[in-house]
Design a protein around this ligand. Structure first.
Ligand code: MN
Length: 215
């Protein structure tokens, strides 16, 4: 009798975990800081909505789109490289937002040092010149999209601007720093003032995290 109960429990547990695996292929990556840690530069309500609602929706959409397709068992990176349309849009937005949210800190290293500073200076002239070019790219990007600091195949650094879910993985570039210029990223804190959001963005970037992506 006890063996039967144990076996039934095991079967039920396996069944539930297989259901769970299918339903939860991709999950929301938690923020590495408290929701109010970046306020007032990036407010609690912005993070609640941007991370808890917008990013969660991209995760849910992706999990709903891929069952029964060739993407079902692929890594997020492979899905991004191989897909188009709604699957690409949602997969890329999951990846983009993970890069974005993980690069901030309440007490960031305020400027790059070491190998990162060297690479930035070599490719842009100086850190200030890089910041200026990146800021201009963020301001100039029409509508929704992303601006990226990337490492090219030859080791030089460059800037890439893309509309919507645009993503440097598609071109096999290494993403070092991403700025989300969709209005949902800043409207609650800065309304239409994208330039004010970019100014705050620079005060939140943790250059230690960015340097870690250089490798
Ligand atoms: Mn966003």
């Amino acid at each position: 009798m006890r063996t039967t109960v144990k076996a039934a429990t095991l079967v039920a547990a396996l069944f539930l975990s297989s259901l769970n695996l299918n339903a939860m292929k991709f999950e929301l990556t938690p923020l590495p800081y408290a929701l109010d840690a970046l306020a007032p530069k990036m407010g609690k309500q912005t993070l609640e909505l941007h991370h808890g609602k917008h990013l969660q929706t991209y995760v849910n959409n992706l999990n709903n789109l891929i069952p029964g397709t060739p993407y079902e068992n692929m890594s997020l990176e492979d899905i991004i490289k191989q897909s188009e349309g709604p699957v690409f849009n949602n997969a890329a937005q999951v990846w983009n937002h993970n890069v974005f949210f993980q690069q901030f800190s309440a007490k960031p290293q305020a400027a790059p040092t070491g190998a990162l500073l060297e690479a930035i200076s070599k490719s842009f002239g100086s850190f200030d010149a890089f910041k200026d070019q990146y800021t201009k790219a963020c301001t100039a990007l029409f509508g929704s999209g992303w601006v990226w600091l990337v490492k090219n195949a030859d080791g030089t650094l460059g800037l890439e601007s893309y509309s919507n879910a645009g993503n440097p993985l598609k071109k096999n570039l290494t993403a070092l720093l991403g700025c989300d210029v969709w209005e949902h990223a800043y409207y609650l804190d800065y309304q239409n003032r994208r330039a004010d959001y970019i100014a705050a963005f620079w005060q939140l970037v943790d250059w230690k995290v960015v340097e870690g992506r250089l490798k």
